[in-house]
Design a protein around this ligand. Sequence first.
Ligand code: FES
Ligand code: FES
Length: 170
Amino acid sequence: MAIANQIDADSTDNAQNITLEINGKSTELRLKPWVSLLDCLRERLDLTGTKKGCDHGQCGACTVICDDKRILSCLTLAVMHDGAKITTIEGLSNGEELHPLQQAFIDHDAFQCGYCTPGQICSAVGMFKEGKARNRLDVKELMSGNLCRCGANTNIIDAIMEVKERIDNE
Ligand code: FES
Ligand code: FES
């Protein structure tokens, strides 16, 4: 498979060694410098929770959290993040206990096909850390880079607002 060959290039001259802390685990990798973080996660590390929608920075399906900031993993190269802490959807639950946003998405029926859901949840985690969302309108605006082709947007915002209100009242 073309992508696997491109990534699994440990012996080539221009491959680079990097270390990423992925979901709390230090991971050493040898990668060609042009491998995107998204392909690194999905094809090299089998972390397929992070989805590839457009691969062009337009849908948000590939959103992960990098050093506390949400980023589009299709638009960045893995080697640019040597030493970074990356959290994907696989790293958000606490063992069997779901992250509050994961539970809220279930409670609010906030997904249909589920393809956008990991990116939506990672994006919302990053948005909370940014601390800019004061109300529902802010949340809609700040989540507007995450598209849902199933039209579950209202339920997605409901789920996020439930968790936001809980955090705000803590
Ligand atoms: S896959 Fe990255 S923004 Fe669409
Ligand atoms: S639930 Fe299908 S794309 Fe959002």
